[in-house]
Design a protein around this ligand. Structure first.
Ligand SMILES: [Zn+2]
Length: 282
């Protein structure tokens, strides 16, 4: 398995040979940064935890160099910060018992440049080696440029695969901008009621980000709880934790569907939902 950058890394928590480790993957998440996976894709991590037939692989595209820093880390250089973030991501892979954790190590500016093919090439190699049934990434309405760039590179890489080799499902998950706004019929709810302890541990290992002044651990658990309660207006809570995803599968079943046109459909459904209610009760 060769990626464009020599500094990229494939970490296998149980030390199986790389090809074997990747080939067992059933669920795979591609994120922009270290910690995004654990914020947005707790459901597939939990679904694969301690299962013989289901394995989760995490892929982080960027190098983590530019992150804000404070506390213990406030005088760290960009390179020291990168090493800390790699180490934290490996800790999450151990806690979550991932099949593999890949770090592609690209600077954000490379990922955000749509003319650069390297991240797409690397993702394509990974998809071929891992053959996941379900792929998770950022949703197209996220408000972070690097997140949306990663989602677009994932779609490009998946479209390079022959139809029969593509995953069955592609989900865009919530980090920077929750998906509560989506019409309920469009939401793909992911039940994360179980193993709150593991969820907290997975979020908690990213000390450099949390000590950097952002309580992503509390905020993410709070969002899951809020989603669970606010999902149903007229029923009791069916779950104690919910994450939402945008089902982006149409983008890998119809190669002519433009990502922009696809996300506009979702936004249009939101507009319709608001309009219909106001017109009904005014
Ligand atoms: Zn991120």
């Amino acid at each position: 398995m060769r990626f464009h950058l020599d500094t990229s890394e494939i970490y296998i928590p149980d030390q199986l040979p790389v090809e074997q480790a990747l080939a067992r993957t059933t669920h795979l998440c591609v994120s922009a940064h270290q910690d995004d996976i654990e914020i947005m894709a707790a459901r597939p991590i939990l679904e694969c935890f301690q299962q013989k037939e289901k394995w989760f692989t995490g892929v982080v595209v960027t190098d983590g160099r530019g992150s804000p820093r404070d506390d213990l880390y406030k005088d760290y250089t960009d390179e020291e910060m990168r090493l800390v973030r790699f180490k934290e991501q490996r800790k999450a892979a151990i806690v979550g018992e991932y099949a593999a954790q890949v770090m592609l190590d690209y600077p954000s500016k490379v990922v955000k440049d749509g003319s650069r093919q390297e991240p797409v090439d690397d993702l394509l190699e990974l998809f071929k080696a891992a053959g996941p049934e379900v792929v998770y990434t950022h949703n197209l309405a996220d408000k972070h440029d690097t997140h949306v760039s990663v989602a677009l590179r994932v779609v490009s890489a998946l479209r390079s695969l022959p139809a029969e080799k593509r995953p069955k499902k592609l989900f865009g998950c919530e980090v920077w901008r929750a998906l509560d706004w989506m019409a309920d019929a469009d939401k793909a709810p992911m039940d994360v009621s179980e193993h709150e302890n593991l969820q907290a541990a997975l979020l908690g290992v990213f000390d450099s980000q949390i000590a950097g002044g952002k309580r992503y651990d509390l905020a993410s658990m709070g969002r899951r709880r809020a989603n669970a309660t606010y999902f149903e207006t007229h029923g009791v809570d069916l779950t104690t934790g919910l994450s939402y995803a945008m089902d982006m599968t149409p983008l890998i079943t119809d190669d002519r569907l433009e990502p922009l046109a696809f996300v506009h459909q979702m936004i249009q459904h939101f507009v319709q939902d608001v309009d219909e209610r106001i017109l009904r009760v005014k």
